[in-house]
Design a protein around this ligand. Structure first.
Ligand code: NDP
Length: 320
């Protein structure tokens, strides 16, 4: 079993394994298959899991945790680091605590390790689908929603709180009134979208960046194959006897950034952990730093003339 290093979050004693398993599957798989994949992952050594009500994976994750305890794969739930997210339909002050309680019920847990605002937007629709009615999109009330997130932490429903898909501008807005600094900002990051500006900004504020889609989300609806087909990465992988996935994940790790990577294939789950006993050379790092940059996931679904973001440039504060 692989042992994964942990990172201490700004919230103090919270130790987050730097590799987490993502559970946003595309095409959607059955609950049974998700549970199977998560159980295999626990057996292989994954201890950090990333879910959201929008991924329909909270329930099978909860089932897998219960089964792992019964099988003795883990002795206690405390060995795990569980992240879930506040979907934009629930991003209203009065809906935050009920949404987290529902998530905890789905997961059959008493507390989360990390609860994050999924997107810097809200909507007055209900449900968790990824095709919002654009007429219902609204600005996020940063102050009120973050206050409710802070209350979630104070109540002990989650050990830390954070955000996702926040630009530097969004973070600055939130920090104007925040009493608790977000522990993390979970954003797209990989060699083709290195997030240098945002990482620098987060570092000055004590916010950890967690990379999602570290392989570019190849084969999914929201991703591209550009990372897995990148010539520079391919050449480094070939020269080093590693896979492109391992080169990409090792590069993220060497930036001091933790990541959540999704595979439901046992061999690839193992492969994605094998990044700790080797390092990129200075020349290889230099070559990766020169790769042309382009955001993979623009989330154009959240852009609308009547909503808070009129263009993808506005959503990402020019970083596209
Ligand atoms: P990833 O970059 O993790 O890529 C996942 C895809 O790569 C899957 O198709 C997987 O297929 C494949 N894959 C995994 N490992 C390998 C490998 N070693 N070689 C070849 N292919 C591989 O994309 P995700 O978008 O899934 O990101 C990871 C997680 O981040 C998500 O699952 C989710 O939890 C989170 N996320 C958060 C977002 C947010 O808005 N906060 C947005 C997007 C993702 P297979 O399963 O067949 O191996």
């Amino acid at each position: 079993m692989e042992s994964i290093p942990v990172k201490t979050l700004s919230s103090g004693h919270i130790h987050m394994p730097i590799i987490g398993m993502g559970t946003a599957a595309y095409p959607i798989v059955t609950s049974e298959d998700t549970k199977w994949a998560i159980l295999r992952a626990i057996e292989i050594g994954y201890r950090h899991f990333d879910t959201s009500p929008a991924y329909i994976s909270e329930h099978p994750l909860g089932e897998a945790i219960g089964e792992a305890l019964r099988l003795g794969l883990i002795k206690s739930r405390h060995e795990l680091f569980i992240t879930s997210k506040l979907w934009f339909t629930d991003a209203h002050r009065h809906l935050v605590i009920p949404a987290l309680r529902k998530t905890l019920t789905n997961l059959q847990l008493d507390y989360l390790d990390l609860y994050i605002i999924h997107w810097p937007i809200s909507s007055n629709e209900t449900g968790y689908t990824w095709s919002p009615n654009k007429d219902h999109l609204q600005p996020l009330d940063f102050k009120a929603v973050w206050e409710a997130m802070e209350e979630c932490q104070t109540l002990g429903l989650t050990r830390s709180i954070g955000v996702s898909n926040f630009s530097g501008k969004n973070l600055a807005e939130l920090l104007r009134t925040a009493k608790i600094i977000p522990a993390v900002n979970q954003v797209e990051m990989h060699p083709l979208w290195q997030q240098k500006n945002l990482r620098e900004f987060c570092a000055t504020k004590g916010i950890d960046v967690v990379a999602y889609s570290p392989l570019g989300a190849s084969g999914t609806l929201w991703g591209t194959n550009q990372v897995m087909e990148c010539k520079v990465l391919k050449e480094i992988a070939k020269a080093r006897g590693k896979t492109i996935a391992q080169v990409s994940l090792r590069w993220v790790y060497e930036q001091g950034v933790s990541f959540v990577v999704k595979s439901y294939n046992e061999e690839r789950m193992k492969e994605n952990l094998l990044i700790f006993d080797w390092a990129l050379t200075e020349i290889e790092s230099q070559q990766i730093s020169q790769i042309t940059q382009r955001r993979g996931f623009t989330a154009v679904e959240l852009v609308s003339n009547s909503g808070p973001y009129k263009s993808i440039e506005e959503l990402w504060d020019g970083e596209i």
